[in-house]
Design a protein around this ligand. Sequence first.
Ligand code: 13P
Length: 298
Amino acid sequence: MLVPMKTIVDEAYKGGYGVPALPAHNELLIRGAIEAAVESNSPLIFLVGNFNDGEFNRQMIRHFADQVDIPIATCLDHSPTFNDCVMGIRTGVTCIMADRSMLSYEDNVAQVKALAEVAHAAGVSIEAELGHVGQGDNYAVDGVSMLTDPDEAKKFIEETGVDCLAVAVGTAHGQYKGTPHIDFERLQAINEKCHHPLVLHGGSGTGDENISKACTMGIAKVNVVTDVLQNAVRHVLNSEVDFTEGNNGFRLCPTIQAAAKEMALHMFDVCGCTGKAVGTGLPGLWKAPPRPVRPSAI
Ligand code: 13P
C-alpha cells in the first residue's frame, strides 16, 4: 500500500536499518522492485520525477501498490521549485524532496519551512538537504566540499519541521571518479545531535559495507539509481540470449525486470530492511492515505 514516506523512514530509524529508494523510470523497474519487496517482505521507496512521463509512472506505482500488503512510498526527488513540489503533492506523491541545498542556510530554511507546512497539511512527507551532495564525476572536489555541519543540521530540522534530512558525508551522485570516502565521524556526530531520520544520496558505487554501516548510524533512506540502471544494461549485454534472433526480442523486457528485481533484493539486504515490512505491531501502519482529488487542469 502507498504510505507517507515518514511512516517508512520513522520505522527504519527506530529499527536501526535503512530502506533503499529506487528509480521508477518505467514499468519494468517498478514491477521488478515491487516483486522483490513482496518476495522479501521489505518496505520500499520509489524516487519519482517530473521527467519521462513522471506523473503516469506515479499512477502506475499507485495501481500496483494498492494490490500489495507492503508499505511503499513515492518521493518526488530533487524538486527544485515551489510549483514542482505543489504539483507533486496534487498528483499524489507521498513525499517531496525540496532540494534547496545550493541556497544560503537562511533561504534553504525559509523555502523548506514554507513547503513543509503545505506538504504536512496535505498528509505528505518532506525531505530536504543540508550541505550539498555533488556529482561523482567531480568527486575530488564534491566529495570533500559542502559537507553537512552537525550543529546546523539539528537547527535546520527544528526550524523547518522536515521529516528526514539528506546529508553530505562523502557520497556523490552517479559513478565515482575515484574511491568514495564516507566521513563516518561526521555522520555519527549528525546522528547524535539530530536523532532524526537521515538520507544518503548517491548510493550507487558507494560500497555495500559503507552503506550497511551508514544504515546503523541514522541513515533511514538510501537513494540508489545508477546501479539499478547499470545492472539492467549489464544483464542485457551479458545475456546468452541473442535478442535479435527469432522471437527472442520478447525476452528483453523480462530480462530488464529481473535485473531490477535482483538489484532491489540486494539493496534490501545491504540496507538491512529485508523482512521489515511486517510485524512491527503498529495498528493501522499501512492504511492508505486518502487519495487527493486530481485537479481537472492536469
Ligand atoms: P546514484 O545514481 O548515485 O545512486 O544517486 C541517486 C540519487 O541520489 C538520486 O537522488
